[in-house]
Design a binder for this molecule. Structure first.
Ligand SMILES: [Mg+2]
Length: 274
């Protein structure tokens, strides 16, 4: 199980965000626009409140002696004196929360440096259900305290049971993924990149695709959860994501599955037949 000293801090942050922010979902007060975030999106009251809660906890641990850099979706970068990087998306799936659609999360990660391959701890809490996903590099992934282990995929069928698409707002989510959509028995576009990757790690989502570049920052912790569960993620051309920057400006496409064989097949399906 995870021994990182950050895990209790992340759990305390997530629990307080769940109790203070989740009740505002779908309310007029909750969706009030209060500014623009460092990540480029509008900041609604729920985003701002969730970030305030998280920052208060991080300021406390800093006063107690911990040193780190904070990279957060709304406020951007804040120097707390060390080199370890804490990545914070206080509310992933803000649009769902704004609309009162029950699928949004708090996402935290620890990274030794600012690339996706440098993440050492990933933490996601579904703010509606309380489902928790945690992974520490080399120590496995856990869902509500139970080790996430890859089950053999139900292979054989030349189709995808559940295909999940992600795209930035206003971008056609289908992009160059039509060949995958043609193979999908069920298509979803659920709206929280972090939760989508966690459910890819459990195998609930057969294949997760972002055919147009999405923010790499949102994927950092969840990609470790997928990897520690035995899953595979690359960009849509099959290239490794580990050297991709996880700062707020960085973007990447994504192709992810808990099952290497499905990931491999998807890459083949995406390649135009000569
Ligand atoms: Mg957010």
């Amino acid at each position: 199980m995870t021994r990182s000293p950050w895990l209790p801090v992340f759990r305390a942050i997530a629990a307080e965000i769940r109790s203070t922010v989740a009740p505002l979902a779908g309310t007029r007060r909750g969706r009030e626009v209060v500014g623009a975030g460092a990540g480029g999106d509008q900041t609604i009251y729920m985003d701002a409140l969730a970030e305030q809660v998280a920052v208060a906890h991080l300021e406390r641990v800093h006063r107690e002696g911990r040193r780190f850099q904070l990279l957060s979706e709304e406020l951007g970068r804040r120097d707390f004196g060390g080199s370890e990087v804490i990545l914070l998306d206080p509310l992933d799936g803000s649009y769902n929360a704004k609309q009162g659609l029950p699928y949004y999360a708090v996402v935290l990660a620890v990274a030794a440096a600012e690339r996706l391959g440098d993440v050492t701890l990933g933490y996601v809490l579904n703010l509606v259900s309380g489902d928790e996903f945690v992974a520490e590099r080399g120590a496995g992934a856990y869902h509500n305290g139970e080790r996430l282990l890859p089950e053999p995929a139900a292979l054989g069928a030349e189709s995808l049971a559940v295909l999940q698409l992600d795209a930035p707002a206003g971008v056609n989510p289908r992009g160059q993924s039509q060949r995958l959509i043609d193979r999908a028995q069920r298509l979803r576009q659920m709206g929280s990149a972090a939760l989508n990757l966690c459910h890819t790690a459990t195998g609930g989502i057969t294949l997760q695709v972002a055919p147009s570049p999405v923010r790499a920052f949102d994927l950092a912790g969840p990609l470790l959860i997928l990897a520690e569960a035995g899953g595979v993620a690359t960009d849509i051309e099959g290239k490794s994501l580990s050297a991709v920057s996880c700062n707020l400006e960085s973007r990447t496409t994504l192709l992810a599955s808990a099952f290497a064989e499905i990931h491999g097949r998807a890459l083949q399906w995406l390649t135009p037949q000569k």
